[in-house]
Every structure is written in C-alpha cells, then in structure tokens.
Design a protein around this ligand. Structure first.
Ligand SMILES: Cc1cc2nc3c(=O)[nH]c(=O)nc-3n(C[C@H](O)[C@H](O)[C@H](O)COP(=O)(O)OP(=O)(O)OC[C@H]3O[C@@H](n4cnc5c(N)ncnc54)[C@H](O)[C@@H]3O)c2cc1C
Length: 314
C-alpha cells in the first residue's frame, strides 16, 4: 500500500492499526516476512467500516485469526491483513444456544459450555485458535468437526455487506467449509449444544483430552498442529499420517531450522531459525515419499499465505 493510503488509513482507524509487523514474531510457526499493515477490528461495525473503506479505495485484504493453521511466505506481504482476535470475542448463552463472536478463544468457549452444563464441543478444548478460524477449517478432534453443532454463520463480504449462512449452506465436510473459498469474514457464529450429560462427565472428558494431547504433541517448539489430514482409506491400509511418516524413517528429519518432530511425526516444529521454505521442503519430502511408497497423496491441513496475500493449499 502506498504511503498516502497508509497515512489516510491511520487517520481513520488509529487505534486498531499496526504497521511493519514481523510475521516471524506474530505467527504461530514463527516464520514469515513482514506485513505492511495489520488491522484488528473490535466489532462488526468497525469491520464493516474497514471493509467499505478498503473496497472504495480498491485495496485487497487478507483475513487471519490466531494463525495456528497458517504458513506465511518468507517474503514480505504488501496487502492489508485483517486480524480477528480476542478483542472481538463476546459470547451469549441462552438455553442450548450460544451466539459467539469470531475472536473467542476456542478452549475458553469449550470451558464456558462445560460450566453451563452444555455438551457437544468438548473435543475442541485443546485447540489453540479462534472460533472464526475453527469454523472456516471445520476443525475439531476425535474425528469430529465444529460444523456439526453450528446453526448459522454470519459474515461480512468485501464490500461491507452482512450475510448469513444456515448450516446446510456452509458446506461443512472433513476440515472443509465454504468459507475457505470466499472473501468473507466470519463475524458471528450460532451453535446449538445439548444438555444430556452431567457437568462432571463433560469436565472429565475435557481433562482426558487435554492430558492425552499434552503427552502426544510437541509443546515447546512452535508448530501448527497436525500437518497432514488423516485420510480414512489410507488409515485403513497403513494407519494415521504420523505412523506412516515414522515407519518411512522420516521422523526427526531436519531442514534448516525445521524438523519433523521427534515426538510426533505428523508435526513439523521450528527449532528456532526455520524459514517457510524449510517447512515446505519437509512437507514436500513427506508427500513424495509417502506417494512413492503407498500410492496415497497426503493432504496438508495448514494453508499457505503467498507474498501477494493469497491463501492457498499446500
Ligand atoms: C498445537 C496445535 C494443535 C492443533 N490442534 C488442532 C486439532 O486438534 N484440530 C484442528 O482441527 N485443528 C488444530 N489445530 C489447527 C488450528 O488450531 C485450527 O485450525 C484453528 O481453529 C484455526 O484458528 P485460527 O484462529 O488460528 O485461524 P488461522 O490459522 O489464523 O486461519 C485459518 C483459516 O481461517 C481463516 N480465518 C480465520 N479467522 C477467520 C474469520 N473470522 N473469518 C474468515 N476467515 C477466517 C483464515 O483466512 C485461514 O484460511 C492445531 C494448531 C496447533 C498450533
């Protein structure tokens, strides 16, 4: 964005804008170049104003949550990044219904549901992202996805118009949703949970899930969770991705500062100095080796942010 626009945008949204942000500091994987501008709206109305202004001035934007599923290019990003975070995270509970802002932290939402004696999102209690990102990715654990309890999703398109999608219009499937393919920001999510379980059982399930994740997953080095999606046919023939990668001898493999985790082979960790390129190299090595040995094409869950601000599959 040229400096004239930078000056103008700073005059209009001074409290929610940051310039020259290092993505290797901000992002979960701790890789990436610099972003010219990040805007962090705190409400629907603020976001509408931001999107209208950008549209009227012909400026493209990219939406991110807490970046727990994103790999940023090593090059600088010159388009505007809109980050939806915990400053946009109100939530209301009414009987079995929850209406939540997109920036709410997923483990906090799972805990709130448990406290209200509501069941259905226990499986999300250890997923470190925002609700907006979780809905876009139809994320979950234990082979579940958040989509199964979503009643509706409200979005704001690139011109600032509000839209609403019922569950059937969200096209939820395993780690997929319609929102991965449209330039709209998730701004409100309706969920319907159930009250068929005792609070102590819900709580115990969540503790078990957290305990098992702590044991299995690397926690100290930056990572983006499971890199490869589990494919049911491949699972049947060979097992989960981590097991296959390990059996092919790739566990622990290093490239630059990146490493296929010694603890769990479906994780790639940053040992301190990884570049995006190193992580992509390891991903491609796994994909090629698994394809050669099993005939299965591995699908990557994390998404890549290119230097011109597009989010693509890896
Ligand atoms: C340690 C670790 C463990 C993990 N475990 C799991 C797991 O068990 N299960 C699982 O499913 N995932 C897991 N993940 C991945 C990740 O946490 C989830 O996908 C998460 O929900 C993404 O949320 P986010 O806010 O970080 O989104 P981001 O990574 O910032 O974005 C992901 C996608 O959503 C889009 N997006 C984000 N917010 C919005 C919004 N408000 N409106 C429109 N688009 C938006 C982005 O454009 C991008 O395409 C894990 C990640 C880590 C680091």
């Amino acid at each position: 964005m040229n400096t004239l626009y930078q000056k103008k945008i700073n005059e209009i949204f001074p409290e929610i804008i940051e310039f020259e942000v290092s993505l290797s500091k901000l992002s979960q994987w701790k890789v990436g170049g610099k972003a010219d501008i990040i805007i962090r709206p705190r409400s629907k109305n603020e976001l509408i104003k931001v999107r209208q202004w950008l549209y009227l001035n012909g400026i493209k934007s990219l939406i991110i949550g807490s970046t727990t599923n994103l790999l940023f290019s090593d090059e600088d990003i010159h388009i505007v990044i809109i980050q939806i975070g915990t400053n946009f995270s109100k939530v209301a509970v009414d009987g079995l219904d929850i209406v939540a802002d997109p920036g709410i932290w997923v483990p906090s939402l799972a805990r709130l549901a448990m406290q209200k004696n509501l069941s259905g999102i226990e499986h999300t209690c250890g997923i470190p992202g925002t609700l907006g990102g979780l809905v876009v990715m139809n994320g979950g654990s234990q082979r579940k996805g958040i989509g199964s309890v979503v009643t509706y999703v409200e979005t704001i398109d690139n011109q600032g118009n509000i839209k609403r999608y019922d569950n059937s219009q969200c096209n939820f499937s395993y780690r997929q949703s319609i929102f991965q393919n449209i330039d709209e920001v998730v701004v409100e999510v309706g969920l319907k949970l159930n009250n068929g379980r005792a609070k102590c059982d819900i709580r115990q399930d969540m503790l078990d899930i957290l305990h098992s994740r702590r044991k299995k997953f690397p926690r100290k080095q930056p990572n983006c969770g499971s890199v490869f999606v589990s494919n049911p046919d491949m699972y049947e023939d060979y097992g989960p991705p981590g097991k296959i990668i390990e059996e092919l001898g790739l566990k622990g493999m290093n490239q630059g500062g990146a490493q296929i985790s010694e603890q769990h082979a479906n994780f790639i960790v940053n040992n301190g100095s990884a570049q995006s390129e190193d992580i992509l190299y390891l991903i491609n090595t796994v994909k090629e080796t698994v394809y050669k040995e099993t005939g299965y094409k591995m699908v990557v869950e994390a998404r890549f942010v290119t230097s011109n601000g597009e989010i693509t599959s890896i």
